[in-house]
Design a protein around this ligand. Structure first.
Ligand SMILES: Nc1ncnc2c1ncn2[C@@H]1O[C@H](COP(=O)(O)OP(=O)(O)OP(=O)(O)O)[C@@H](O)[C@H]1O
Length: 235
């Protein structure tokens, strides 16, 4: 596998009433970028994908030959009329995708007749089955219930190789995360690798924050990792 790096070299973007400064290096692994509503997560995802040019600075994709972006709203990705056509547009048979998505739909029905959550699961099943060097997932958990979030997390955690970046304000359910980032005060902040990065993560969910404050640093942000830390006798 060739070395992959996405370098944000003071990649700044400005709009009349908003700006974002993004500086840092994303290496192979699973990255979590958290931030409040409107903080710039989607804009940063577009910048990293090469779909939004920085106003100043640069975004350098070293060794990255393939990029996939998943937008928050699954309708943005639809190109087929039926579920089967939609799966085919990704190069997949509908049966396998429908099984992986865990939804109960027929391949011949119009893809836009699916509920938002079903469509999101179908889209995620397709995109998570593709191999790529850089996978950018903007709010992958939106529209999903807890079991579906957990299944998507398992699929993300299984990704081997490549750079995966999750942009989200999710506070409950996470996959295995290697590196924590957050957007705060108009800047991308590198909180650091897990688990030490937890100490610097302002957007940490309440349970993770409590565990850190009580000296039980979770090794992982997965539900199992948080449970293990919560059940641990204080260090
Ligand atoms: N095309 C645009 N033109 C002008 N301003 C925009 C445009 N797109 C986004 N913005 C502004 O840029 C800022 C960042 O938006 P962005 O969608 O990146 O935030 P976000 O963190 O992804 O939000 P959310 O959590 O709601 O998805 C917001 O203030 C938004 O109003």
């Amino acid at each position: 596998m060739h070395a992959l790096r996405l370098v944000l070299d003071h990649g700044n973007t400005r709009r009349p009433f908003w700006s974002l400064e993004a500086h840092g290096i994303f290496e192979t692994g699973i990255h979590l970028v958290s931030g409040d509503v409107g903080s710039g997560k989607s804009t940063l995802a577009l910048m990293m994908a090469g779909l939004h040019a920085p106003t100043s600075g640069a975004v350098v994709r070293e060794g990255i030959r393939s990029v996939l972006v998943s937008f928050q709203f699954p309708e943005f990705h639809v190109t087929g009329l039926s579920v089967a056509e939609e799966c085919a547009s990704w190069g997949f048979e509908p049966g396998a995708v429908i099984r992986q998505a865990g939804i109960d739909v027929l391949p011949e029905i119009p893809v836009l007749s699916l509920s938002r959550g079903e469509l999101k699961r179908l889209h995620l099943a397709c995109i998570l089955s593709k191999e790529c060097d850089l996978l950018l997932l903007d709010e992958p958990f939106s529209s999903l219930d807890c079991p579906a979030k957990e299944e998507v997390c398992r699929q993300i955690s299984r990704r081997a190789g490549g750079i995966t970046v999750i942009f989200t304000h999710e506070q409950g359910i996470f996959p295995e995360i290697d590196h924590l980032w957050e957007i705060t005060g108009g800047s991308l902040v590198d909180c650091g690798r897990m688990p030490d990065g937890l100490r610097h993560w302002q957007h940490a969910p309440p349970l993770a924050r409590l565990l850190v404050e009580t000296g039980r640093i979770p090794a992982s942000l997965t539900p199992k990792g948080l449970q293990e830390a919560a059940c641990r006798i204080r260090d």
